[in-house]
Design a protein around this ligand. Structure first.
Ligand code: F6R
Length: 366
């Protein structure tokens, strides 16, 4: 049941400290520098030797795949391609026997993702699953995998399943990097410690909920929204836009911030809300100049910033702070305010947030 909340979606958003923690439990112990994924332990050498990883997924799970692309490249120096399952399955994709395919799916029943797995399997690839539903069709079709332990997700808009997917994919990327020797012992230890701190940091962010509600109130009747981010925050921008459009029916687009100049900047005027993912990371200076470009055209900017940022609050209309963490783990904190923003806007518009029109929780037809 909803446990006192108005909707499953908000219950599930608030469950994330637990669901992220559960997705690490038994796998990660920072105290004794331990990280092991039981379901993949026989495949760790294969992963470490992989020349290429192909990720197949749809929707929010595809966004988790884009996060994983950065992680595997950055930490394990493996070339990664992220494919929409529906496109992959109808092309004639080049798949080799030493390729690893990772299928990401909350429900484990998405028809296009399942078909993509079957195609890759027929070409001899090794398939891993990152699924939430135990014993689901996709979990059964894969050679090995690691479950997300998000618990049942009832709200049609995926929230806690996304952060659980990102958590598990982060664990896999770190374990692979350790096996390959592409990260230092020190970075490895730090990442494990920081991962263990994430649930408490997410919990702390809920203190901002009222502020996010006020911002939501101001933008309830916006007709469009743009979300911009760079690096690991680019997939978060896409996810923020998807959350908003699916439950509030407001048109929203996510872009890599630097792409704005190549077209979308024409949309900016005093009526256009622009959400910037502007946490303190290696893209910070670049994002600051992207914010200036939008402000110069009178866009209304909501910036997601790292706690204690003193520069951006003076430049924008609204700021929402998120806790500082290791750059690699940024999506796990920066997506949370975007989930809340879309939830509150949708509620204020009187939408059926748990069951948006035209959508189903699992898409078992292509
Ligand atoms: C968005 C959403 C969908 C799903 C997509 C894939 O909030 O829920 O975009 O992410 O239909 O579903 P799974 O992960 O079950 O394969």
């Amino acid at each position: 049941e909803k446990g006192g909340y108005d909707h499953f979606m908000i219950k599930e958003i608030f469950e994330q400290p637990r669901s992220i923690g559960d997705s690490m439990r038994g796998r990660l112990r920072a105290d004794d520098v331990h990280l092991q994924l039981g379901g993949l332990s026989n495949y760790m050498d294969k992963l470490a030797e992989a020349e290429r990883i192909v990720i197949v997924a749809c929707g929010t799970s595809w966004h988790a795949g884009l996060v994983a692309e950065y992680l595997f490249e950055e930490l394990a120096r493996i070339n990664v391609e992220v494919e929409y399952a529906s496109e992959f399955r109808y092309r004639n994709p080049v798949i080799k026997e030493n390729d690893i395919v990772i299928a990401i799916s909350q429900s484990g029943e998405t028809a296009d993702t399942l078909a993509a797995i079957e195609l890759a399997k027929s070409k001899g690839a090794t398939i891993f699953g990152v699924c939430n539903v135990v014993g689901s069709s996709i979990a059964r079709a894969t050679h090995a995998g690691a479950y997300t332990h998000a618990g049942p997700e009832i709200g049609v808009a995926s929230t806690k399943a996304f952060t659980a997917q990102v958590t598990v994919l982060t664990l896999i990327a770190i374990a692979t990097a350790k096996r390959k020797g592409t990260i230092s012992e020190e970075t490895y230890r730090q990442l494990l410690i920081e991962l263990e701190n994430i649930p408490a940091k997410v919990e702390k962010m809920f203190e901002n909920a009222d502020k996010i509600k006020e911002i939501a109130f101001i933008f309830t009747y916006a007709r469009n929204f743009i979300y911009l981010g760079r690096g690991l925050n680019f997939p978060v921008a896409l996810e923020g836009a998807l959350k908003l459009k699916e439950i509030s029916y407001i048109h929203a687009e996510g872009y890599p911030a630097a792409e704005m100049k190549h077209g979308p900047i024409a949309l900016i005027d005093e009526d256009m809300p622009v959400v910037f993912l502007a946490t303190r990371d290696s893209s910070y200076e670049k994002i600051v100049s992207n914010i200036q470009e939008v402000k110069a055209r009178k866009g209304r900017v909501i910036a997601i910033v790292t706690e204690g940022d003193t520069l951006i609050p003076g430049m924008v209309d609204f700021v929402i702070e998120v806790p500082n963490t290791h750059e690699i783990l940024t999506p796990l904190v920066s997506v949370i305010p975007l989930q809340l923003l879309s939830y509150y806007i949708a509620v204020m518009r009187g939408r059926n947030v748990d069951q948006p029109r035209n959508l189903a929780k699992s898409v078992t037809v292509e």
